[in-house]
Structure formats: C-alpha cells, structure tokens
Design a protein around this ligand. Sequence first.
Ligand code: UDP
Length: 357
Amino acid sequence: MQKILTIIGARPQFIKASVVSRAIQQAEGIGEIMLHTGQHFDANMSDVFFNQLGIPRPDIQLDIHGGKHGEMTGRMLIEIEQALAEHEPDRVLVYGDTNSTLAGALAASKLHIPVAHVEAGLRSFNMDMPEEINRILTDQVSDVLFCPTTTAVQNLDKEGFGNKPAKVLQVGDVMQDAALLFAEKAAPPVSDTALPDKFVLATLHRAENTDDPVRLEQIVHALNLVHEEQAPVVLPIHPRTRNLIAKQNLDLKVRVIDPVGYFEMVWLLNHCQLVLTDSGGVQKEAFFFGRPCVTMRDQTEWVELVDEGVNELTGADTARIVGAVSRNLGRRVVDTNQLYGGGQASKRIVEELKAAR
Ligand code: UDP
C-alpha cells in the first residue's frame, strides 16, 4: 500500500483536496494520511468544508496561524518535519500556493520524501505576491508536477523543467472536478433577509489588495459604486478583509455576508450576474458556472480566461472596475474549448501517483 501524506491548511486547499481524496479512497493500493496545518481555522473557513465535501478528518491537526509569513512557515516546517518522521509516508502531496504548501514541500524534500504538487506551473510573474514565491519554490522541490493548464506546462518548460528528472504532467484542474461533482448540492446561503434576485457576487482577500490602504480604498469605492448604480453586490467577506476594512474605517455599503460554505458558494455562482473578485479559484468558478468575471488584480495565473475574453483584469483602479462591470454585466459565458480538462483531473492524479511509486 502506497502511503500518501496530504498537507492542507487553507480554504481553497480543502476544496481541491476533497476531490483527490475521494479518488484515492476509490482506488486500490493507495492510502492517505491528512495533515491540516491550521492556517485557516474558523468554522466557516475550515470545518464547513470537511462537513460538506466529505473530506476525511485530519489525522494530524496542527494549530499554526497568524504571525508574519516567515514565522508561520517556519513553525509549520518544524511541526511538519516531526509528523513526517513519525508517519514515514512514501510521498507528500501539496496543493496550490500557500505557506502550508511551501512548508510541506520543503519539509518533505529535506527528508528526501518525494513531493507531488497539484496546481504546479502557475505563474503571475509578480514576485511581490507571497503566493508567487510559494509556488515557484514548491515546484523546484517537487518531483511530480500536476499542471492544470497548457500555460502552466509552458511556464515550467521555460524554467528548464525539460532538463530535470521531475515529471511534468498536464492533468486538468481539480477545481473543475469539484464544481462538477458538487453542482447539484447548491444551497442558498442562510441569511437574515432575502438576497436580491439579480446581483454581482464579489470576493476580496488577496494581500496585494487588502494590505495596501490605497488599493483597498479604491476597491471599496468601486464596490459601492457598482452596488449603487449597476446591481446589488453580495460580498461573503473573508475575515482578514473584514478586519482591515474596519481598521481603515472604510464605509462599505454593499451586502456583506459571512464567508459561506462551498454549496452556498456554488448557489451564489449559479445565481449571480457577474463575478467580481481577486481570488484565483473564483475566477475559474465564474467560468465553470457560465458567468463573466472582472478580476481586481494586475496579473492572473489563469491567462486563458483573459485570452478567451471572459475575464477582464482591472487592477484596483475604481474607474476600470466600474467600467468592466458595466461592459460585462449579465453576459453568458460558455466553455467551448475544455480549457481545464473537463472534470477528470483527480482521477488522472491518482493514476499517476500510483504509477510514480
Ligand atoms: N469560497 C467559499 N466560500 C466563500 C468564498 C470562497 O467556499 O465565502 C471558495 C470558492 O468557491 C473557491 C475557494 O473558496 O472554491 C477560493 O478560495 P480563496 O478565494 O480563499 O483562495 P484563492 O483561490 O484565491 O487561493
């Protein structure tokens, strides 16, 4: 039996791991130990996903969150190393681009345990983003790199992965697997008052926006203008964003709700007129659910959506955000080119993990 130790810690990783974990359970000759670093720990940022998506309870639960990036990553490194020494897995599996991803990959590679990276090869080419540092370094120490897109494979080619022993594989995007698998579970968010019939779904949490007072103010202003002049904006607010908006005393006038579970998020994606976000995952989910997207960032790793004309990048500029929303509101989007693998990624990943032994 091949023993995989999966390391997760943040909301998007729970969603990604849910489908791969399910595929591991359905396969023979491979088993999984789950380690949760504790990076996200609120019930509505963590537990809800384990409950809704049937993710096995973590075998190892760490409690590491907050603090500066180096401190958080360092503490994870120490505790993950101990867990790896105790459980002696055949391989470590990491997802995406968080501090949990980097700490897991680094701890494993130092112990000469092979590392598989899901969502390898993505690049924004913006080294100011903590996520970019995490994904580049994780790719460097991985021996199996599961790429979601053609662009991701090309990025790794350009970085010389063709000359390395590492295996680079285009498997598609596990988030599409999740969107397809859980689409029928869509459920409206529980809320004191009814949500509007037609609305813009917004999310906002990237450090490049929330930690920069000017950008945050411009974005809040844009959200207010869209809400007042175009369509009501519904914002399931990330706890960090809520704190930073309060700290800056900004007057956010949109319909703010608590972070929602995945089933509620699917419902919101299915009922909105447009998605306005700085999230990586939500940009693609807009596409999976046929909605146009306006992305409040200067770059995206998911360039194919911009090339297809279904995602517009605006940065944090108020006028550009408002203009892009008015151009795209209510448009419908169709996935004609199967950009993300059509929902087979987790099956392919598990087949490759078994073969890579
Ligand atoms: N998400 C959710 N509830 C929310 C907001 C987001 O379930 O209130 C989901 C969303 O559908 C997507 C994932 O969380 O699957 C994206 O995570 P996030 O935006 O935090 O991170 P990123 O994708 O930017 O790394």
